[in-house]
Design a protein around this ligand. Sequence first.
Ligand code: ACO
Length: 322
Amino acid sequence: MNMHILGTGSALPSTVVTNDDLTKYMETSDEWIRERTGIGSRHLSTGETVASLAIEACNKALENAGKKAEDVELILVATCSPEMMLPCCACQVQAGIGASKAVAFDVNAACAGFLFSLNTAYSYLKSGMYKNALVVGAEVLSKIMDWEDRTTCILFGDGAGAVYVEAAEDEEDTYSFVQHSDGVKGMVLKCGTRDLNNPLYKGEEQSKFVWMDGREIFKFAVGQIPVCINEAMDKAGLTKDNIDLFILHQANKRIISSIAKRMELPEDRFPTNVERVGNMSSAAIPVLLDECNRNGQLKKGMRLVLSGFGAGLTFGASIFSW
Ligand code: ACO
């Protein structure tokens, strides 16, 4: 069994917010943000939801693949910023696109969420349980940002990306992956939800906004990701010379440049869009993949590495042929 990505789609909120626009709301500058992160603008929701963006991305992915929603068997939505705890976003997507036969559930592995979901879809397909899936990364992070914390809120953007995948009876299985979690170091990037407050017990109040130790995250990403990608290439029996493009989580440009440097690879093998969309957590990889697909950068037979990393800590790398 092999898994093919047959279609991609993405959706971004209509409102673009530049670094200069942010100076209206906080003490910052285009120069500071660009120099440290490579980010120039991001899309922020003015009413779009995780579910509405995910639905739009899925409809585009199905159209791109030439497939019908009613034939979809599995829907996985990776998100850490859903509107609702119940029902899950994937079930809202199922209803929104009319995929009545599909089984649908969410996955939360933060910025590695799309990658872990894609690996989950692959495992289901390989087991023979389902023949196809829609895998989505969707976030409206602007609602969980502390807009008074200028070190963090300037990094993130809202959006969604989706892929339609199908099982194929090829002779060679070209999909492989490695994934890891390190909960011991997890509290360097966190966001609380509701406090415990029942008739028997009132818990301590916790922040409902994202808090991050930026320097620790930087060290984690630059230290672990080259090792993780090398591990995935070893597992697949490949070297960096066999890989055409490295599509990494778009946390910030400095992280991606440092990873390319450590791997002794030219930066043009690492496409980026973080300059225009910021860090969209689980949506980052599928939105970039969709852009590369639609602008003709992906040619049949190309070998791609996807690598995600983020809160948890969670990180991984997947390799497959386009
Ligand atoms: N505008 C202007 N000045 C600012 C801003 C801002 N937006 N934010 C912070 N500053 C100031 C600080 O107050 C500080 O001033 P001081 O020296 O007078 O105290 C100064 O700039 C330096 O602040 P630091 O926090 O030390 O800045 P640093 O150089 O570490 O850069 C950054 C911060 C960009 C967050 C960096 O640590 C980084 O890139 N970390 C990676 C984090 C990341 O990408 N996370 C993404 C989420 S996780 C994921 O997706 C994997």
